[in-house]
Design a protein around this ligand. Structure first.
Ligand code: ATP
Length: 450
């Protein structure tokens, strides 16, 4: 577990996980780009979620709806009215803007709120809508206004009938979707924790109102287990029941899954570090009844509006949590490259399913053409089965260290014996144990462990 956010930011940049968006122009509005390793890891997270939520079940189907939708949807969902707004205060002196719940949290009891930057007086809170506005078509008038979606789930609700009918489903069932969402956050920050463009993995479970509480508890447990099974320690995860006064406009009940990050505290204050990574919401019949009313389409099922239990996770936030949780420092080092007891080596102990690169292929030395040729042959065979990397630069110890730092579970070394015996060593990232395996058995052997 990492002890400071800076270590993750530095590793992420240095090793190609995450870059600042528009960096050569000085960065842009707290947006980030995912580099070669970041995109692999992100895809692995999404694949693991899809596998668990859709492929391994018979009662959840997938969807990929458009980001741009009729603005009437956002009217019906309540996002354009009071519902989807944070309270904003502005400093009268330096004109910086803050979310008022964050200011009130940081101030001591009975103390008047002041600007956290310059100590100036603050304006009264006013509502600030988080929807990102845009125009569709050649005319920039009222009629062409729409919004980038602020949550992926509205695309699911408006397709409820389409999916129900085409897939001949019966309640209870779920619809899952992964995709981008946009919010004009007042105070983005903490690296990729809060950004204005992010990706969500959402599942909407349609059930009868009388079963809603039962399924709420079921999904809470299922979702927590997903993080545990992917290697986050139990002591770094918890549930937080969202207070009635904090509930979103659509929610009857909400529980956040929180992870203990190396910064800040949750919106509700409390113990340092605990921050939401996923929300489990009972949305009641808010969405289907409102879309029925506004569209004129009957979205009832057997005469009633199904209740919706939603599980809503952020891809970027969970990636951040997985990175923090996997980050391990070994004082005095583990490989032979470490010269002093003070030196620290980093090992990213990511779950094998999440690791961006699964196998590193390393010739023991690069000045022996036969060894290099054999190593390249091994790489060519493996690369169509696993995400592989070929690396011949520097000492073998340095190369192990480089692979450990980005969480490569297995490093394969081709050495002098390999030329005679047609075998290689496989080194395990976590135990550093090595075993010899025949080249012809490699795919099977690695496949079993990955
Ligand atoms: P927060 O209280 O942190 O603003 P929220 O309660 O508004 O989050 P939800 O609307 O429940 O969040 O969204 C579900 C999930 O989507 C969150 O748990 C988070 O993982 C992700 N998410 C929401 N907003 C952002 C954001 N600005 N940047 C990155 N991820 C986000």
């Amino acid at each position: 577990m990492v002890d400071s956010i800076e270590k993750i930011v530095s590793l992420a940049k240095r090793r190609g996980f995450v870059f600042l968006s528009s960096e050569i122009y000085g960065g842009f509005g707290s947006c980030y780009d995912f580099g070669p390793l970041g995109v692999e890891m992100k895809n692995n997270i999404k694949k693991s979620w899809w596998q668990e939520m859709v492929r391994q079940r018979g009662d959840i189907v997938g969807l990929d709806s458009a980001i741009l939708m009729s603005s009437k949807i956002w009217q019906a969902s309540g996002h354009l009215t009071a519902g989807f707004a944070d309270e904003l205060v502005e400093c009268k002196k330096c004109h910086k803007r803050f979310r008022s719940d964050e200011i009130s949290r940081s101030k001591a009891k009975n103390q008047k709120s002041k600007c956290p930057e310059c100590g100036g007086a603050l304006t009264k809170p006013k509502k600030f809508n988080l929807m990102m506005k845009t125009y569709v078509g050649p005319l920039e008038d009222e009629a062409s206004i729409t919004y980038l979606r602020a949550e992926t789930c509205q695309g699911i609700y408006v397709n409820f009938k389409n999916v129900l009918q085409t897939m001949r489903l019966k309640i209870p069932f779920g619809i899952a979707q992964i995709g981008k969402a946009f919010r004009n956050e007042i105070t983005p920050g903490n690296f990729i924790y809060r950004t204005r463009e992010f990706e969500q993995m959402e599942m909407q479970w349609f059930c009868s109102p009388k079963d809603a509480d039962k399924f709420f508890d079921y999904w809470k447990k299922e979702r927590l287990n997903w993080y545990l099974n992917l290697g986050i320690e139990k002591k770094h995860l918890r549930f937080r029941e969202v207070k009635k006064s904090e509930l979103a406009h659509y929610a009857k009940r909400a529980v956040d899954i929180e992870y203990k990050f190396p910064f800040g505290s949750s919106r509700s204050g409390g113990e340092a570090g605990w921050r939401e990574i996923e929300g489990i919401h009972n949305r009641g019949d808010w969405d289907l009844s409102n879309h029925s009313k506004h569209s004129g389409e009957d979205l009832k099922y057997e005469g009633y509006f199904p209740y919706i239990i939603e599980t809503s996770a952020g891809v970027d936030r969970t990636l951040f949590a997985f990175l923090c949780s996997a980050f391990t420092e070994v004082k005095g080092g583990r490989t032979k490259t470490t010269k002093s007891v003070k030196e620290v080596e980093t090992v990213l102990k990511l779950h094998k399913r999440l690791a961006p690169i699964k196998v590193a292929v390393l010739p023991l030395v690069k000045n022996n053409p036969e060894i290099v040729k054999k190593a390249k042959e091994v790489y060519d065979v493996l690369k169509s089965h696993f995400m592989c990397q070929y690396d011949e630069v520097g000492s073998i110890g340095r190369r192990y260290r480089r692979a450990d730092e980005v969480g490569v579970p297995f490093a394969i070394t081709v050495d002098f014996d390999s030329l005679k015996k047609n075998d290689v060593t496989i080194r395990d990232r976590d135990t550093m144990k090595q075993k010899r395996v025949k080249i012809k058995d490699l795919i099977l052997c690695l496949g079993k462990q990955l």
